[in-house]
Design a protein around this ligand. Structure first.
Ligand code: BGC
Length: 527
């Protein structure tokens, strides 16, 4: 449903923004500069040399071409067509046909890396029992070759949410251990086909969030859940996410083992995972809320990272989930331990956490699968940070330094990449392009989060790259196209890409200028 809210003028936008942050320039251009202070004074040269700056997308969110060149239907094609959500990715940004222009735009900003994902149904339409689709392989070869031609490092996520519908029908997707073999076959196909040029792999994007959305809340396909989480046709929200996580983790571990043993020695790349990582703050100063915040990390990012680094689940999960939590065999522990060479951190926001073991919570907070805790955005009616367009996502820049430091300490400073960080405007109404592209708030967000990241690096955190989410406005899952994260605006009718102010800011930042003055001419590269 599209919300009709009166259009906000740029003038209002500027005067309603805190004066300490923005200063309208008086240089004859319609421009502004970010006032320099500790939070916004950030330069490319504040990061180590060799640090990769990039942008990110995922296949279903941008590719479109949903039935072209031998691709089979994915679970998201079927889900979105059957009323699971109002919009679909049939066309999305038509990146499938427009990737050359998109790479040109990335090059024009000056990024060093592009994170994208593979459509499973495009290269293995029928999973491991069918043939590899040469047209699918060719498509990603073209992307990879053209990125390299422009000096952009391909950073490839093997699976980001979508999978062939046939696997969902055959196995109930990740509920079945057979999916481990399916995934390993997909990963092997990728290593064989692209590994001579791809030096950074991410096996699976946000396993824990996927398990939670699809098997606990039942809002992503295959939409399985039970009360009080939702009213699905089938499923068990207290148990299935645990099984699904075990399969996702072992799928990752087996693929990483294969890479480490058979491909890394000759191809020389590295392999990691990307976790969705909130920074959790205790709602009150009570000891119980402090413990709940610690537990929240274990139940979210830790659920993925502990097994992938230490070879076992966090203690908090063992304590709260008891016998429902499967254990890893000795062999599995061995290959899971240090199965990642780097940690991918998708960080957008901080959130408060409240303990539910001793306080009254919602029906869902009172469940073991949730770790007996509840995440809340407000304390005494005051939000933890400014609202954004995504639910439970707030602007809390210091959270970046905090989450990086937490992960640094817990995982002995394993190399990290910020694989996603970005801002969506809370104004979900249809605005005119020139208003949508004056995205001062997005610049403010990235600048402050980068300043916070730089602090953690100065403090010794081994962070090696940063990917702005997203390169362009795209299909935002259940939100459709109304929630926009892009540095480039995409017109839904013509699919024309228009650089937002943030694209010009990123370009300017990457050329090592901290002062940013917007020029009309920076709009030239619309196509
Ligand atoms: C997901 C993206 C999504 C982004 C913004 C991340 O958790 O990996 O696919 O677009 O959040 O909501």
């Amino acid at each position: 449903m599209k919300l009709k809210i009166p259009t906000i003028s740029l003038f209002f936008f500027l005067i309603s923004t805190p004066a300490t942050l923005l200063e309208a320039s008086n240089n004859g251009n319609r421009g502004f500069t970010l006032e320099e202070n500790e939070d916004t004074h950030i330069k490319r040269s504040d990061f180590p040399s060799g640090f990769l700056f990039g942008t990110a997308t995922s296949a279903y969110q941008v590719e479109g071409a949903y039935l072209e060149d031998g691709k089979s239907l994915s679970n998201w094609d079927v889900f979105s067509h059957s009323g699971g959500c109002e919009e679909n990715g049939d066309i999305a940004d038509d990146h499938y046909h427009m990737f050359l222009g998109d790479i040109e735009l990335m090059h024009s900003i000056g990024i060093q890396a592009y994170r994208f994902s593979i459509t499973w149904a495009r290269i293995l339409p029928r999973g491991r029992f069918g043939k590899v689709n040469p047209a699918g392989i060719m498509f990603y070869n073209k992307i990879i070759d053209n990125l390299i031609l422009k000096g952009i490092e391909p950073f490839v996520t093997i699976n980001h949410v979508d999978l062939p519908q046939e696997l969902e029908d055959r196995y109930g997707s990740w509920l079945n251990p057979e999916m481990q073999e399916e995934f390993v076959y997909l990963a092997e196909t990728c290593f064989k086909s692209f590994g001579d040029r791809v030096k950074y792999w991410i096996t699976i994007n946000e396993p824990q969030l996927l398990a939670e959305l699809a098997y606990e809340w039942g809002v992503f396909p295959p939409c399985r859940c039970s009360e009080p989480f939702g009213n699905c046709l089938d499923g068990n929200s207290d148990v299935e996410p645990i099984i699904v996580m075990h399969n996702l983790l072992l799928a990752h571990g087996r693929a990483a083992k294969l890479y480490h043993e058979y491909f890394q020695p000759t191809q020389g790349g590295s392999i990691g995972l990307a976790v969705h990582a909130y920074m959790y703050e205790p709602l009150t100063d009570s000891e119980l809320d402090h413990q709940a915040a610690k537990r929240a990390f274990a139940f979210h990012s830790g659920w993925t990272l502990d097994p992938s680094i230490f070879g076992d689940y966090p203690e908090e999960l063992k304590e709260y989930l008891g016998y429902a939590l499967p254990s890893f065999s000795l062999d599995e522990k061995n290959f899971m331990t240090n199965s990642i060479d780097f940690i991918g951190i998708n960080h957008y926001s901080s959130i408060y956490v409240k303990d539910c073991t001793n306080a009254s919570c919602s029906a869902t907070g009172n469940r073991a699968i949730q770790g007996f805790l509840e995440a809340v955005g407000e304390r005494d009616g005051v939000p933890i940070g400014e609202h954004t367009g995504a639910r439970n996502s707030y602007v809390v820049p210091k959270g970046m330094e905090e989450i990086v430091n937490l992960i640094k300490i817990r995982y002995n400073n394993k190399p990290m990449f910020i694989t996603e960080n970005g801002y969506s405007t809370p104004d979900l109404h249809e605005q005119r392009v020139d208003e949508l592209t004056n995205d001062v708030k997005r610049i403010e967000y990235h600048t402050k989060y980068l300043a916070s990241l730089a602090k953690s690096i100065r403090g010794g955190a081994d962070v090696r790259g940063y990917f702005a989410w997203s390169f362009m406005d795209s299909y935002e899952w259940l939100y459709g196209y109304d929630v926009r994260f892009g540095l480039y605006h995409v017109d839904r009718q013509t699919l024309a890409r228009t650089p937002k102010l943030s694209a010009s800011w990123y370009k300017n930042f990457l050329s090592n200028n901290s002062d940013f003055v917007f020029m009309e001419t920076s709009r030239d590269n619309i196509y």
